[in-house]
Every structure is written in C-alpha cells, then in structure tokens.
Design a protein around this ligand. Structure first.
Ligand code: 5AD
Length: 322
C-alpha cells in the first residue's frame, strides 16, 4: 500500500521511488473523495507585464529590456472580466507583474466593478503591504495567489535579488489572516534544488495552510540569467503535485500551464493524479505574446470559444467542467 507522512524523510523517499504508480493512484483516490469529478475552470487575465522585480527565472523581470511593456486600463480590465462572467466562468484571476502604477485605490475600483457580476476574484499581483491586502479584501477580492517559488532560503535569495523568503512568507500569512483563500506554490527543477527542497516546499504549503497551490516545472527563458539551465522534469512535477494532494487533501491544485507546455500528455494525466483546477487565458490576443514569463506556444482563443474548448476537453476526460 502506498503511504506518505508529512515529514521530510518520508516525502523525500516517496519522491525518489522507482515506481510511483501506486502513489499516483492514491492521489487520485484522495482527489475523488474530496473533490469528486469536478474540474474548476478559472479565467486568467494578465493585465500588465510591467514588473519592478528581477526574478532570475522570469521572462518579464525588470532587467529584460527586449520585452514590450503593456498596461491595461481599468475600464478594459473590467470589460474583459465581465465578458468572462458572461461566458460562464465563475472565477477570474487578475495577474500582473509587480506594477506600482496600480495603487490599491485603482485595483480596488476594478475589484468593486467586477464584483457586481458576482464572479469570484483572485488577485495575483505580487507582494504588497498588509494595508493594501486589507483594502483589496474589503473591496471584494476573494482569493490571492502568491507562490513562494522555493522554500530554500539560500536559493530564494539567489533567484530573487529584490526580495526575501521571510517577507514572502509574511505576505502569505497576512493574506491568510485577512481571510483570503490563499494560494502559494513552487517550481520544480530550479537549478540547485534538491529532493529535500521539494519536500520542504510541500511542508511549507501545509504550514501556511494554503487553500491552493500552483506546482509547475521551471522552464528556462532565453532572455534571463537562467537561459542555459535545464528544464524541470514533468514526471517529478507530477510526483510533487500528487504528494501535495495526499498530504493536503482539501487543497485546490491546477494542472499548471507550464506543465502542459513541456508535456502535453500531462494535461490529461494530472487530472488522474491529483489536479482539480485548470486556468484559461483571457488576455487580449494582441497582448498575450508579451506576457511571456517562460516560452510557450499557447494561442489564446476568444473568450467564449476558449470556454467551450476547455469544457469539451474536460468532458472528453469524463469529468465535469464548472
Ligand atoms: N519557468 C516556470 N515557471 C515560471 N514562472 C515564472 N517564470 C517561470 C519560468 N521560467 C512562474 C512562477 C510565477 C508564475 C506566475 O509563473 O512560479 O509565480
């Protein structure tokens, strides 16, 4: 019988298993018991690619001067969010780089306007003050995504010249305190990462009490300092995801875009290995190429067509799109 405990040794041993089949089956059982056959679809709108930070892996980091920057106006953001609600989405994720242009007041107005449709709002706009998070919660934001990226302090500092792991965790704890459904997550295959790092990444999700976690492979971007590093493994990413499902049974776990980019088969497989969420881009087609955090080949469809397409794909897997 497959088994894993919430401690470092046990998780590392599981990650290293020769044959992971039974563990994937256990993750699938837990997913079925906790989430049923429902797959939650979220729309994601990447509304600005300006970023003040210099994360070594990220294609839109401030140092990359070759990327054309864009910023959507509040009116456009609200318009697209309203269209996603009409197309049947229950959640819109508003994501951007860390862009100081959007003050809490500007973001707050956007949130209040979109909330009129009744749709859930997830914000993913990086590290902000407690006061900002509080203000945005009061405007109606429901959830917040802020991945911890890696739980190893030394590796975190190397990859993030503008921040500390301590501060990142502080932000996540603030979000929890304020009553956000809180999402974190990490990358698999970062240069210098070990099995122990991944085990600690999973344990950190548990310690914070995350309601969501995005777990994706690292993909080298040609315009970043990590351009010559090796890409993360799809198998190891799925193992980390499955163990997260087993150890945090109630968590929401997306089939991350990055995973599906490096291994299209994963898009089907992960839904039988613990995942229960999928995100669909609703970023305007002409802007989407500039939001390249890692190289992708994803084409955005129009909002209604994109929704229909994913619903059909989910039904083809014998699951229920919501
Ligand atoms: N490879 C994989 N994932 C990346 N992200 C950023 N850059 C990369 C990359 N090169 C992920 C981070 C971030 C999310 C928006 O995208 O985990 O939180």
């Amino acid at each position: 019988m497959a088994e894993v405990r919430a401690d470092l040794k046990s998780i590392v041993a599981a990650l290293k298993k020769d044959d992971f089949t039974e563990m994937f089956m256990l993750a699938d059982e837990v997913r079925e018991r906790k989430k049923g056959e429902v797959i939650n679809i979220r729309a994601i709108l990447e509304f600005s690619n300006y970023c003040k930070r210099q994360c070594a892996y990220c294609g839109i980091n401030a140092k990359n001067k070759s990327v054309k920057r864009y910023r959507m106006q509040p009116k456009e953001i609200v318009k697209i969010a309203n269209e996603t609600a009409k197309a049947g989405y229950k959640t819109v994720v508003l994501q951007s780089g860390e862009d100081v242009y959007y003050t809490k007041e500007i973001l707050g107005e956007i949130v209040k306007e979109i909330k009129k449709t009744g749709i859930y709002i997830t914000l993913s706009c990086g590290e902000r003050s407690f006061e900002d998070y509080e203000y945005l919660k009061n405007c109606g934001a429901d959830r917040y995504l802020l991945k911890h990226e890696t739980s190893n302090e030394e590796l975190y500092s190397k990859l993030h010249p503008c921040g500390t792991l301590k501060n990142r965790i502080e932000c996540l704890k603030n979000l929890k305190k304020l009553g956000y459904e809180t999402g974190s997550g990490f990358m698999v295959g970062l240069p210098g990462q070990t099995f122990e790092t991944i085990a600690n990444d999973i344990l950190l999700l548990k310690e914070i009490g995350c309601e969501m976690a995005g777990i994706g492979p690292f993909i080298p971007h040609p315009k970043t300092p990590l351009k010559s590093e090796k890409q993360g493994s799809a198998e190891l990413t799925q193992r980390a995801l499955a163990l997260t499902r087993i150890l945090l049974p109630d968590i929401n776990l997306p089939a991350t875009t990055a995973l599906c980019v490096i291994n299209p088969q994963s898009r089907q497989d992960v839904f039988d290995r613990g995942a229960n969420v999928v995100m669909v881009k609703v970023t305007p087609e002409e802007l989407s190429p500039f939001y390249e955090i890692y190289p992708t080949n994803i084409r955005v469809l129009d909002i209604r067509a994109g929704r229909k397409d994913i619903e059909n794909k989910i039904r083809d897997l014998g699951k229920i799109p919501v």
